[in-house]
Design a protein around this ligand. Structure first.
Ligand SMILES: C[C@](O)(CO)[C@H](O)COP(=O)(O)OP(=O)(O)OC[C@H]1O[C@@H](n2ccc(N)nc2=O)[C@H](O)[C@@H]1O
Ligand SMILES: Nc1ncnc2c1ncn2[C@@H]1O[C@H](COP(=O)(O)OP(=O)(O)OP(=O)(O)O)[C@@H](O)[C@H]1O
Length: 293
């Protein structure tokens, strides 16, 4: 028989903040409230940031951050993990606190929703740590208050997303589940608000997410031009991914600068990843796959 784990270890629970990728992102209109009406197919990678927490009795929310992208990210009240924890604590009237560790594996401000994924993972994690059930509609409202991408990150499955980001329909696309997906970021942080501000206000039409072929042929990311105006290196990332043998689709995610490529075969993804790491040692490269597509 295994010896029992020390209590402190046993009480620590873990959630992953899965990286979000917009397979297509059509910007349809600028709304009166300043946000944009979107149509997007969201998928999630099988990898992301790691969050670990245990309950504390003093009511405090304590965050420590480590991991490859932890340096420079503040652990104070502005961090989306702390904001999510306080939001949930306040909503529940919860007297207990939590000690949380964030291991930051995803680049910050990079179009793959790292902060949003962390916020959603914190909501899931603390609901378990405090052993509370939260009504799904209430949880969606709390999530939206934390950011437009956060509601979709709560379930972290393939979804068709409209509105500001809060209208969600689970939407499986044949062939997507488990597909090899390469993420590449050139090391430039991009502000989401400034990229939206650079959108030319031309509605280029609706999204057809009926099949992977339709997403490849007629899908777009309407934020590519304004993101490239802010970070011209994005064109080089797209060129490198688009030229990879065996690539099915290469596109930017979210407001950039991370771009993704989908492959039919693991070996083709591995060859592309090696070639990019060799040619651009300063770029961040992650080999992953689409979860629950
Ligand atoms: C680009 C996407 O990542 C695509 O999934 C999201 O639309 C952005 O989601 P997010 O980072 O969670 O965005 P938020 O934190 O809610 O908003 C940041 C800023 O982005 C702009 N914004 C965001 C979402 C949206 N539908 N329209 C917008 O114009 C607004 O200027 C807003 O002030
Ligand atoms: N835990 C966190 N992880 C990452 N960024 C955070 C976190 N907490 C606060 N932030 C802040 O949130 C901002 C957006 O970060 P995030 O990584 O979510 O952007 P993004 O990948 O561009 O998201 P999106 O795809 O939603 O546009 C950054 O400027 C960062 O300083």
């Amino acid at each position: 028989m295994q010896p029992p784990e020390p209590a402190a270890e046993a009480d620590r629970l873990v959630e992953i903040g899965y990286a979000k990728v917009n397979v297509a992102l059509h910007v349809r209109a600028r709304r009166a409230d300043g946000y944009h009406a979107l149509e997007s197919l969201f998928v999630f990678a099988d990898d992301g940031d790691r969050l670990e927490a245990q309950a504390s009795d003093d009511g405090a929310i304590d965050l420590v951050i480590d991991g490859p992208f932890g340096a420079g990210l503040e652990a104070g009240p502005g961090n989306l993990v702390v904001r999510a924890a306080r939001t949930l604590q306040c909503y529940l009237g919860e007297q207990r606190g939590a000690a949380i560790r964030l291991t930051k594996a995803l680049p910050v401000a990079s179009g793959i929703g790292g902060g949003s994924a962390d916020a959603a993972a914190t909501l899931r994690l603390l609901a378990r740590v405090w052993d509370v059930r939260i009504d799904a509609a209430e949880l969606a409202g709390l999530a939206l208050d934390l950011g437009s991408d956060v509601p979709a990150c709560v379930a972290s499955v393939t979804q068709l997303v409209t509105g500001r980001g809060e209208q969600l329909v689970r939407h499986a696309v044949a062939g997507l589940a488990g597909m090899p997906m390469l993420l590449v970021n050139p090391g430039v942080g991009v502000s989401t608000a400034s990229v939206f501000a650079g959108w030319d206000r031309q509605d280029r039409g609706a999204l057809d997410a009926g099949s992977l072929d339709a997403l490849v042929a007629a899908g777009r990311n309407d934020l590519e031009p304004p993101a490239m105006a802010v970070a011209p290196v994005i064109a080089a990332v797209l060129a490198a991914l688009g030229a990879a043998p065996g690539v099915r689709l290469a596109r930017m995610s979210g407001s950039g600068a991370t771009c993704f490529a989908l492959f039919d075969e693991d070996a083709a993804m591995a060859r592309a990843a090696d070639a990019i790491r060799w040619a651009q040692p300063g770029w961040w490269v992650m080999e992953t796959r689409i979860r629950n597509g």
